[in-house]
Write a protein that binds this ligand. Structure first.
Ligand code: AMP
Length: 114
């Protein structure tokens, strides 16, 4: 989608540090990491958020979640654990309106999720 930051990253028009890619998914390091490992997993097809997941195929949604697990495994997070977060809308402070899953790990997370 025009004027979408993450669509531009997928297209290679804005640089990113890729950690994983397949037919449906692109994953790259967050530019402002909030944990020792902070990777963003995004569908290549533009949808705004989890609330718009109905616009994605079941296979594409599954690919995103599978990719979160693959990234966590590749980053060495599966032994001690990790967190997957997807902010959706203003109350959740979503700042980029292209569905994305934050994969966070490498330290003990806070017990509060919000
Ligand atoms: P959210 O606030 O949940 O919408 O998350 C958006 C995330 O995108 C934030 O964690 C930002 O740090 C991250 N971000 C913004 N611009 C870039 C960029 N050019 N490359 C990588 N991550 C980015």
């Amino acid at each position: 989608m025009e004027n979408c930051l993450f669509c531009k990253i997928i297209a290679g028009d804005i640089p990113s540090t890729k950690v994983y890619e397949d037919d449906d998914v692109y994953a790259f390091r967050d530019i402002a990491p909030q944990a020792p490992t902070h990777v963003l997993v995004i569908p290549k097809r533009h949808v705004a958020s989890v609330a718009a997941c109905g616009e994605l195929s079941d296979a594409a949604i599954a690919a995103c979640l599978r990719a979160c697990g693959k990234v966590a495994e590749a980053e060495g997070l599966t032994v001690k654990g990790f967190r997957v977060v997807s902010n959706c809308g203003d109350d959740a402070c979503q700042s980029v309106h292209h569905l994305h899953f934050h994969v966070l790990g490498g330290r003990k997370m806070g017990e509060q999720m919000a």
